[in-house]
Design a protein around this ligand. Structure first.
Ligand code: CP3
Length: 356
């Protein structure tokens, strides 16, 4: 049997890992944020079987099942662990419930004095079923499919912890950020440490890539963006790289706008997730510059489908053709997405020839 030279032997073979390592590919690897979810009838059935969304997250067999459902149906290049960014505050001891049509509800923490309610030491007891799900998924994954673990970035997780629910203006979190920055640093420190431990355990259990979701990065002015978005993410990535130097980290600072520029270098992220407002040519010229980019089809286009979606997909593929691009949406799939539009999207992306 011919043996590869050592440099080549170490090169990854899975499409997503190859793109993250800066290697060329015939088409971009693809996966979709929120690819497991309510738009899939089989997800709705498994969720009903589990009882509630949180019961599903903490049931390793069923969480593995819903993680793999979109892989079986669409053959995506990556599976993303089924869990939620708010499991970390719950593991820290904050009350959490998901109410139908209302989203998450937490016992809000409004001041630094209330941080004593959190217990950073015992998180794994609660999170063990998540690691168990990771190893089950890893055991059942098709050979070319990469397993992505994830966590929320500290600022985004903190907004939910402070507001106690989803919010449109983030008034309480921003009031805390501006009014008592050292107090908020204490919460950031707790979240940085918990997130490093959580992602470390996911990697040990079998996650091959991790993604940090900073969904609310776009609501902060520059100085606070640097303090609460860039700095904590940089500390998480630095700590993870010490333990797992070869595991790529994708960071998704949604809505960062002009602050996307320099974000990868400042945080040490291996790839950057683009939200759907980032202009393609600007991203190609300013961000791509060797850092792989992920994104950024508007999830509403996947609801609309047809010509509008096809044209946007072609634009995206053309812009990043020959560069390291991971095809994805610019935010998560919405529940009203027709399954046949996802099938069409897969055909459009996988049918692409390499353009020069
Ligand atoms: O992408 C995947 O398929 C993996 C699973 C995943 C979920 N949430 C499952 C989920 C991931 C990666 C997340 C991340 C997450 N969770 C984020 C960051 C990404 C983003 O979408 O901005 C945020 C902000 C959360 C917090 C959260 N979870 C909210 C605000 C809600 C309510 C809104 C909604 O869509 O219902 C959730 C619930 C949630 N998380 C669902 C799923 C599949 C729907 C729950 C259900 O089945 O009823």
């Amino acid at each position: 049997m011919a043996r590869l030279p050592p440099a080549q032997a170490e090169q990854p073979t899975k499409p997503l890992l190859r793109t993250l390592a800066g290697l060329p590919s015939e088409r971009p690897p693809m996966w979709l944020m929120r690819q497991a979810g309510r738009y899939l009838p089989e997800y709705r059935a498994t969720r009903a079987q589990a009882g509630s969304f949180l019961d599903l997250c903490y049931n390793p067999a069923l969480a593995a099942e819903v993680t793999l459902q979109p892989i079986r149906r669409f053959g995506f290049d990556a599976a993303i662990l089924f869990a939620d960014i708010l499991l970390v505050p719950q593991a820290l001891g904050q009350g959490l419930a998901f109410k139908e049509n209302e989203g998450p509800v937490l016992d809000a923490i409004r001041t630094a004095g209330e941080l004593v309610r959190l217990d950073p030491k015992g998180i794994h007891k609660r999170l063990d079923p998540v690691y168990e799900a990771v190893s089950r998924i890893k055991g059942e994954l098709p050979p070319d499919c990469t397993l992505i673990g994830f966590a929320g970035a500290p600022w985004t997780v903190a907004t939910y912890m402070i507001e106690g629910r989803g919010s449109s203006d983030h008034a309480a979190a921003k009031t805390w950020a501006f009014g008592n920055p050292f107090g908020l640093d204490s919460l950031m420190n707790i979240l940085v440490e918990a997130t490093v431990d959580y992602l470390d355990r996911q990697i040990v259990a079998g996650a091959e890539v991790v993604q940090l979701f900073d969904t609310w990065a776009g609501v902060l002015p520059e100085a606070e963006f640097r303090r609460y978005c860039i700095d904590p993410v940089r500390r998480i990535i630095t700590a993870l790289k010490q333990k797992h130097p070869k595991v790529p980290v994708i960071a998704f600072p949604r809505g960062a706008g002009a602050l996307y520029d320099g974000y990868a270098a400042a945080t040490g992220a291996d790839a950057i997730g683009l939200d759907y407002t980032v202009p393609l040519n600007w991203a190609r010229d300013h961000l791509w510059n060797r850092t792989p980019v992920q994104g950024n089809l508007d999830p509403r286009l996947l609801v609309v489908g047809g010509q509008a979606m096809a044209e946007a997909v072609q634009r995206l593929l053309r812009t990043f053709s020959g560069r390291n691009h991971i095809f994805n949406l610019g935010h998560g799939i919405v529940p009203e997405t027709p399954v046949r539009h996802v099938e069409e999207l897969v055909r459009l992306v996988k049918g692409t020839e390499t353009a020069v």
